[in-house]
Design a protein around this ligand. Structure first.
Ligand code: UD1
Ligand code: CA
Length: 469
């Protein structure tokens, strides 16, 4: 009969070495809070999870609730952070609610979440087949820094773990570190954890002391050595950057394996929830955030940032464009230097050129705004041409108003459309006009004073200036 299982995520600690007020587990890694990555690992082991919270408890609990995982998650509160063993102990009364007999408890620090699923599966296999009361993962680093060191006897068996803070110089030279993932027999854990003391330099109850306690009872402790890329945790800002770069590599390799073109993958950041169609090309420095979706054969130009947006099939976004909460249809040409703000909805074959800002506006099929414009709170018909420098004056300092253009409207350059205003289909607006009244379909509206011309006046003006000097 297979044993019952529980996963335990320790997440009560502060971000002391990160020098951040925010819990480590609330830091963002590829568009998701770190706790989501940790929970994904925890649920590979079991759909019963206890999360130990303390520092920023309410914030963490809310973020976890927002994840809507269909697993049984319980929270245990560790009011004072007295160390990892104490954190595990704080979870006991929650674990007991499941009334388990023979069970394995997977314990993870919560701040290390690079583990791959196959590694965790191998780990559970090793733990079960060797019948050890405690198994743990280790990794080998050139410099194991602040991680706990694995101390083995002459036969190569693990004897104990010494925390870096407590280690002698010789122990610090050990390159094998404790990755902070454990699998423990529930009964062993219950009986032995109370023997962990805090008589050490930092007066903390170290979970890692379980190893020497098990050995002193002559119980078997098993280790599995994993690739160091799966062992790293976030303890400092530099760690966070390193961990993020490992996820970046994994995500980018996946997209390249299904055909995404990316010549400089180390400069491209794709959040975990982004979706890419077939044949997408991402130029260097592209950042795709949130729930962004890029459809097939689209190309995103260098250093563009796209967040929670959709880019349609075969569209091109040229370099340095910024797109947020917008929907771009198929075969559009956007940028360079375009800005699409929330609520910009572009049908197919729309062109939006340099220094054009579009907010909360719908542009019909084939519409063009190629240079230096602001289009806000507007509905722009099919094939309209918005001339360079056109501005929709949508705000009077108190309220926002709408601009509506029918199909095929031609707006001459440097026009101001003072909202609320409606311009009928096929109308033409003369360049430089300030349009304050509605315009009929197929009319020409012109608002500008007549041009005067003084023959030879320029030459006379220059002569006069010369005489004055
Ligand atoms: C721990 C291990 C170390 C290992 C490393 C791997 C101990 C004593 N040391 O060190 O051997 O190499 O992980 O990443 O376990 N936490 C609580 N309550 C507490 C203390 C910590 O919930 O009272 C949580 C933290 O929020 C964190 C996790 O436990 O998510 C690990 O604690 P941390 O202080 O980061 O331990 P390390 O020093 O990294
Ligand atoms: Ca840690």
């Amino acid at each position: 009969m297979s044993r019952e299982r529980v996963s335990l995520v320790l997440a009560a600690g502060a971000s002391t070495r990160m020098k951040s007020k925010k819990s480590k587990l609330l830091h963002n890694v590829l568009g998701r809070p770190a706790i989501y990555w940790a929970l994904d690992q925890a649920r590979w082991f079991s759909d019963r999870i206890v999360v130990v919270v303390g520092h920023q408890r309410d914030e963490l609990m809310k973020v976890v609730a927002d994840y809507h995982l269909d697993v049984d998650i319980k929270f245990a509160t560790q009011t004072e952070q007295k160390g990892t063993a104490h954190a595990v102990q704080s979870a006991f009364h929650e674990i007991e609610k499941w009334k388990l007999q023979d069970a394995d408890v997977f314990i993870m620090g919560g701040d290390a979440f690079l583990l791959q699923r196959e590694t965790l599966e191998e780990f559970s296999r090793v733990h079960q087949t060797t019948g050890s009361v405690l198994s743990l993962m280790t990794a080998v680093l050139d410099d194991a820094g602040a991680y706990g060191r694995i101390i083995r006897n002459e036969r190569g068996q693990i004897e104990r773990i010494v925390e870096a803070k407590e280690a002698s110089r010789a122990e610090l030279a050990v390159r094998e570190m404790n990755a902070g993932f454990y699998c423990a027999d529930w009964n062993f854990l219950r009986e032995t954890l109370q023997s962990v003391s805090n008589s050490n330099r930092s007066k903390e109850f170290y979970l890692t002391d379980l190893v020497s306690l098990a050995r002193s009872q002559n119980r078997l402790v098993q280790t599995l050595t994993i690739p160091y890329q799966e062992s790293l945790g976030i303890n400092t800002q530099e760690d966070l950057a390193l961990v993020a770069s490992i996820f970046q590599k994994r995500v980018n390799s996946y997209w390249m394996s299904i055909g995404t073109e990316m010549l400089s993958p180390s400069t491209v950041w794709i959040d975990a929830d982004v979706e890419l169609g077939q044949g997408v090309c991402l130029e260097p420095g592209v950042i795709l955030k949130g729930q962004t979706k890029i459809y097939s054969d689209a190309r995103i130009g260098a250093y563009s940032v796209i967040e929670n947006s959709e880019i349609g099939r075969s569209s091109v976004v040229e370099a340095y464009s910024h797109i947020k909460e917008a929907r771009v249809g198929a075969e559009n040409k956007i940028g360079p230097y375009a800005r699409l703000r929330p609520g910009a909805i572009l049908d197919s074959e729309v062109h939006v050129g340099n220094f054009v800002e579009i907010k909360k506006s719908h542009l019909g099929e084939g519409a063009k705004a190629n240079h230096l414009s602001y289009v806000g709170d507007s509905t722009i018909g099919k094939r309209c041409n918005i001339g360079a420098g056109t501005i929709t004056c949508n705000y009077d300092g108190f309220h926002k108003y709408e601009t509506v253009l029918g199909d095929g409207v031609f707006v001459g350059s440097n026009s101001s459309l003072v909202a609320p205003v409606t311009i009928g289909s096929g109308a033409i607006i003369g360049a430089g006009s300030v349009i304050t009244k509605d315009v009929d379909s197929n009319a020409i509206a012109l608002e500008r004073s007549d041009q005067r011309e003084l023959k030879g006046a320029a030459e006379k003006f220059r002569q006069r200036k010369k005489r004055e000097h």
